[in-house]
Design a protein. Structure first.
Length: 290
């Protein structure tokens, strides 16, 4: 009983100190919103090398441009959201909560939403705000973007690997997801069929499914238009480009439970890819906006 009482007191003391520190942080963020409001009103953020208010705040406050742009949105809407901003300045509401309110709350409901935000988690607040119809005029917080940006794909490579990211409307995304899922399931069945009875199930990932879709597309193109350079895969090594040809056989005949990707059926012969590293000094522009 004594040990439990001591523990409960320690928890209460911790909660009280966390609340005190959090209130100070909230109030400091509120002051930051007020400062950015002044910067927006007088165009004080328009200094050399700065592209947006969010960029300015990220540079000055040591935060990401995305985070800076979210705080700038609060500053832009501070006249529409007086109750929420006042709660932030008073330390009663976190900046994360006010960011969500600034993104989605209609001005006429901001007082009641602010009251709810004071007793809700961020997840609960987001679910609540999803029920409101608010047309955000600043999609990027700094400049409006056309809705076509919801349909985009980008890709590239860095010192570690190749990367890609994308966003599609729900119906088009469903097509891509189903294609990858089907390819993944097919790869799993093929790998499982090559294993002896009692062997552990192979591991086939979404990445395997995506690569299978890409390989199938290139094989189909090569079959339709043989000899076309469009179906060559270029690596960053000094080796010549690799010709996409249908696999003559499948080499995944071992009894290992999860054969590596390079040992499964693949139209591409393995090639070493050595990323190029820059010799420039990474710190030469430290302290300057980029």
């Amino acid at each position: 009983m004594v040990a439990m009482a001591v523990f409960e007191k320690q928890v209460k003391d911790l909660e009280a100190e966390v609340a005190e520190v959090t209130g100070v942080i909230n109030a400091a963020n509120g002051r930051l919103v007020e400062l950015m409001g002044t910067a927006l009103d007088d165009d004080l953020w328009e200094v050399w090398g700065i592209h947006s208010p969010g960029h300015f705040l990220g540079w000055q406050a040591g935060m990401s441009t995305t985070r800076g742009a979210a705080i700038v949105k609060i500053a832009r809407r501070r006249d529409e959201l007086p109750t929420a901003v006042a709660a932030l300045v008073a330390g009663e509401l976190s900046v994360d909560a006010v960011i969500e309110i600034a993104k989605s709350a209609p001005a006429k409901y901001e007082e009641s939403i602010t009251g709810f935000a004071k007793v809700a988690t961020i997840s609960q607040l987001r679910r609540c705000l999803n029920t409101y119809d608010y047309d955000d005029p600043d999609v990027d917080d700094d400049k409006a973007k056309p809705r076509e940006d919801e349909r985009s794909v980008s890709m590239g490579s860095d010192a570690k690997s190749w990367w890609f990211k994308g966003r599609l409307p729900l119906d088009e995304g469903a097509v891509v997801e189903q294609a990858i899922k089907t390819a993944r399931d097919d790869s799993y069945r093929q790998a499982r069929a090559l294993l002896p009875d009692g062997a552990d199930a192979p591991t086939v990932t979404w990445a395997d499914g995506l690569l299978s879709v890409a390989e199938a597309s290139l094989r189909a193109g090569e079959a339709a238009f043989p000899g076309s350079d469009r179906y060559l895969v270029h690596s960053t090594s000094t080796s010549p480009p690799l010709q996409m040809t249908p696999p003559a056989c499948c080499r995944c005949t071992s009894a290992r439970p999860s054969p590596p990707r390079s040992e499964r059926c693949s139209p591409v012969t393995a090639a070493s890819v050595r990323p190029t590293r820059s010799t420039a000094d990474p710190c030469r522009s430290a302290g300057r906006p980029e």
